[in-house]
Ligand binder design. Structure first.
Ligand code: V47
Ligand code: SF4
Length: 384
């Protein structure tokens, strides 16, 4: 394993000066030189990459950054999802999932029903439950906290990654607490980490156009910053491929890069491709795989302080996720093994997403990387 990494690095050291001279654009050559030399690129340079670098060069540069962080390893975990409700007080234009309270198609699980879902995994070696749903109008943090407590009591070793910053904002304000008090209480109930949802795109003008009522970008960032300060790690997402420009994506990542410099609390960045079915932005269509790979690669290069870039296969599909391992990603999320609806309703091909750990390992090996089952904090899991 190590010899592979050295061989690749040696190859680059020997050949990079020659490779670089083949880049005819002088500005691009300067940026490539910085990336190879582990020097942070500026927002202008990030934008230049998005607009001007071809895909093979982006793949090569993102591969260098990926190896710097993760060597030849690519990660996955064994997890399952619980979506507690599709009832939501908001009405994001890209969302195919939510229904208002009282709608005949709205639903919610009771605590008992959610515990039953946990029990279905009794004899399975899952290490994490991911809990995200709509922003329910009436339940406060104590309602959700006691759910977490029941799951922890039932299966103490299960890592609970739960509630986007948007859900947290609402449940904490219903309880009349400050963000810090609310997160501390949830930590006490057993919350281990926070998923990356609700970030969408930070630019305030765009946010108004696609998810007007939702918690602001400033608040999303503040909730994650507070969580990190309290020792609760988190992820960050970016919804791309809708009405945003490359400049908006760089602005989004720049805000994350600044916060990560301050807290080092983010584990992974997860680009989420806009899916068009059954929502009011369908007329936009979807971007293609070239754009997905370009976006993964620039994300890997730009977010030089994020340890992991996650290819979320239920959203982009298994083939794209596998291909993205050659464009900067190092994490294929999990086996999932359930019926998450948020993407299938938006038109992702993975209607009932499930992949065994063997299947994920094969996809990773076929990309020339070494599969590692990880826990939620990226420690290797030793299978018995
Ligand atoms: O914030 C909703 C997105 C997110 C659509 O942290 C859509 O490990 C595309 O955050 N097309 C929620 N995306 C899911 C999420 C997540 C997923 C996987 C892993 C992790 C993690 C977090 O889903 C929302 C929104 O950005 N979303 N509708 C759609 N039509
Ligand atoms: Fe509600 Fe989340 Fe859908 Fe927005 S994306 S409407 S917050 S479920």
């Amino acid at each position: 394993m190590l010899s592979n990494i050295l061989t690749f690095t040696d190859f680059l050291k020997k050949n990079m000066p020659n490779l670089l001279t083949t880049i005819t654009d002088k500005d691009l050559r300067v940026i490539a030189d910085k990336i190879i030399g582990n020097i942070r690129i500026t927002p202008e340079e990030g934008l230049f990459l998005y607009k001007n670098a071809d895909l093979p060069l982006l793949g090569l540069l993102a591969g260098i950054v990926r190896r710097r962080h993760n060597g030849n390893l690519a990660y996955f975990n064994r997890n399952f999802h619980i979506e507690p409700t599709n009832k939501c007080i908001y009405n994001c234009r890209f969302c195919s999932y939510h229904k208002p309270e009282g709608d005949p198609e709205s639903w919610e699980y009771s605590h008992e029903e959610m515990l039953e879902i946990v029990k279905r995994f009794d004899n399975k070696a899952v290490t994490e439950v991911h809990i995200v749903g709509g922003v329910h109008p009436s339940y406060d943090l104590h309602y959700w906290g006691s759910l977490i407590k029941k799951i922890k009591e039932y299966r103490p070793a299960l890592h609970i990654k739960a509630f986007s910053a948007i859900e947290l904002d609402h449940m904490i304000s219903l309880a009349g607490c400050s963000i810090e008090e609310g997160l501390n209480l949830l930590k006490g109930y057993g919350l281990d980490s926070i998923p990356g949802g609700g970030a969408e795109i930070f630019d305030e003008e765009l946010r108004k156009r696609i998810c007007d009522e939702k918690s602001s970008s400033e608040l999303w960032l503040r909730i994650h910053e507070t969580a990190h300060r309290l020792g609760i790690p988190s992820n960050a997402t970016m919804l791309y491929g809708h009405i945003e420009t490359y400049a908006h994506r760089i602005d989004h990542m720049e805000r994350l890069r600044i916060l990560q410099d301050k807290t080092h609390g983010f584990n992974a960045f997860i680009p989420l491709k806009y899916k068009k079915s059954n929502n009011s932005m369908s007329y936009l269509g979807e971007v293609n795989i070239i754009e997905d790979l370009r976006n993964y690669a620039v994300s890997r290069i730009y977010l030089d302080n994020f340890p992991h870039i996650k290819a979320y296969w239920p959203m982009n599909g298994k083939e794209c996720a596998q291909m993205s391992l050659s464009f900067g990603t190092d994490d294929m999320d999990g086996t999932i093994d359930d019926t998450t609806r948020i993407y299938s309703m938006a038109g992702s091909g993975e209607g009932n997403p499930a992949m065994s750990s063997d299947e994920i390992s094969v996809l990773i090996r076929q990309s020339g990387l070494i599969p590692v089952e990880r826990d939620s904090l990226y420690n290797p899991v030793i299978s018995l």
